[in-house]
Design a protein around this ligand. Sequence first.
Ligand code: PEP
Ligand code: MG
Length: 319
Amino acid sequence: AAREELARWTGPATTRDGVPVKLLANVADAKSAASAAEAPVEGVGLFRTELSFLNTKVEPTPEEQAEVYAGVLSPFGPGDPGGSGPHVVVRTLDAGSDKPIAYATKDHEENPALGVRGLRLAFDNPGLLDRQLDGIALAAEQTGVAPWVMAPMVATVAEAEDFASKVRARGLKPGVMIEIPSAAILAHQMLQVVDFLSIGTNDLTQYTMAADRMATDLTHLTDPWQPAVLHLIAITAEAGKRNGKPVGVCGEAAADPVLAPALVGMGITSLSMAAAAVRAVGAGLGKVTMDACEDAAEAALAASDPQAARAAVREVLGL
Ligand code: PEP
Ligand code: MG
């Protein structure tokens, strides 16, 4: 019965009392974008562009890049010029650390997770970001879908400001990922210079807990239910509410049907996840009121460890 109920769920997602929550898909390429477009999502919340170039030796030209990006945009277009239609969030190159790219990543770093990765590469090699943004703008022109464009691994407001001016110069909407505690703590200041935030809970957890996300013996620490991580998410969501700007979650945490209502209760406006996870999250949100989501958020934030946080949320939501 539960399976049939899930199969019938078609979205768009709201809480039981009708508060909308945008459910979006994480995609890697044209193929996963096409299958996401068949799922009950309102667009793409995270297109990981670096995954298209993991085996590419020489940097593709903006025109060659545009072809790759257009393949992801076109299943969602042409977009609604009013901005209420489906949207696609393209993330600029998150090369380095666990995703080395031959033409972008620095060799021989002592500690690549804390090294020149993500947006930091752009300060090392500014042409790289300029050419990628040209490719994205070209794909927008070709498909009629104007994506939102966000940067990974942003640590300071100055970085966000530099990135935003480059994106705005191409007529597109800029945002940044919140993956580093410094960025979460300054979320309000970040929103003075960008139009949206997207929390990458995989890296935010890694950097908050100082625990390698790939380390299989540290999974008790690399858990987004860690209350310290939840507090940083809450600070970020609060900044979104205060500024009237969207704040999403696009890490693995967004796909957890127990955590999702608590995130919404904190003020998160969109959840982006593997397309396969969308129905369970959407159906779950439809069973709880916004008041219950807010109570769940409060209970999770009051807990002192992940088990207690999860148990408290289950209790509040009757799950
Ligand atoms: C994250 O860090 O949570 C995220 C969504 O980015 P990635 O998993 O690609 O590092
Ligand atoms: Mg990340």
